[in-house]
Design a protein around this ligand. Structure first.
Ligand code: FAD
Length: 258
């Protein structure tokens, strides 16, 4: 039963097992729905892999794998890509040394109390936040590089079509106003809270993980302030600081990795 397989975890930490599971699921399962990838979708895939190769703060073998796939994709000039040939690269059938993307999913921080809750979408949000935060710590990053790549992936491939169209609508509204890597991380945080707000109380919500405006006061007291009129407001400077700590590569826990 689900009960027996439950993996104890700290609800206020990020786990590498979720991030590697997100990669496995998106690249090997979600993309498999597209046997031939071309045109705009191929550009989306290249952008996504390229930011993963640059910013995914993973184990060396996983970074090596992402970098080898990125190089391969960049160097091949064809206008079409067969998913099956991408799959061979992901499985490293060419025997490139120390380059592996582990197979299968192990949800830890993204476990749900039932199989249809949380899991992949939770891990994608987590991956996206980690990537925008990594970009803030890398000199020379273009403000929109990561967000554009995530947006493109979601638009071309994210299996939840309703999610993809909501996200695209939010991106069209004002994503282009983002001017720095830190405001890119903030943009993603605030759009994620909008989604939380919309989904609070919905049937898709895991009752053990209610949707809240995040981070709640327990997690980041200084992020929350009260205006003169008594209304709640966020201290965005504190939120950026918090995001940079919470999603930073040196705080990601390695529990449950093989
Ligand atoms: P999630 O919302 O998945 O969040 C995962 C973890 O991130 C949380 O546990 C928390 O630790 C942290 N977190 C929460 N809020 C924030 C924040 N603001 N900033 C940073 N970290 C945060 N589902 C729908 O039904 N309709 C949609 O339109 C929809 N759109 C989506 C769009 C995208 C791009 C993605 C990736 C998912 C979308 N989903 C949508 C799925 C939905 O948002 C949740 O991922 C899913 O319901 C699982 O929720 P969860 O409780 O695991 O928390």
């Amino acid at each position: 039963t689900t009960q027996q397989q439950w993996r104890p975890f700290n609800r206020s930490r990020v786990y590498m097992a979720d991030l590697e599971s997100a990669l496995h699921y998106s690249l090997r399962v979600e993309l498999a729905a597209h046997p031939i990838i071309s045109g705009v979708d191929l550009i989306s895939l290249k952008r996504f892999i390229s930011v993963l190769a640059k910013y995914f703060p993973g184990r060396p073998m996983v970074k090596n794998l992402l970098q080898s796939v990125d190089t391969w994709l960049t160097e091949r000039g064809d206008s079409e890509l067969l998913f099956s040939s991408l799959q061979d690269m992901l499985d490293n059938t060419g025997l490139i040394a120390d380059a592996i993307l582990p197979e299968g999913v192990t949800w830890v921080g993204c476990q749900g109390t039932q199989a249809h809750f949380r899991g992949y979408p939770c891990s994608m949000w987590t991956l996206f936040h980690v990537m925008t935060v990594q970009a803030t710590k890398t000199p020379g990053t273009e403000a929109l590089e990561v967000l554009q790549a995530l947006r493109a992936y979601v638009h071309s491939f994210f299996g939840c079509q309703e999610c993809a169209s909501h996200f695209e609508t939010m991106a069209q509204e004002n994503m282009n106003h983002v001017r720095t890597p830190s405001t890119a991380a903030l943009w993603l945080w605030s759009r994620h809270n909008r989604v939380n707000n919309r989904l609070a109380g919905a049937l898709s919500e895991d009752p053990s993980f209610p949707k809240v405006q995040w981070p709640p006061p327990e997690l980041c007291p200084p992020c929350h302030t009260v205006k003169k009129n008594g209304e709640h407001s966020w201290d965005q400077g504190e939120v950026v600081k918090f995001l940079k700590g919470y999603f930073s590569s040196d705080r990601i826990l390695p529990d449950y990795l093989e």
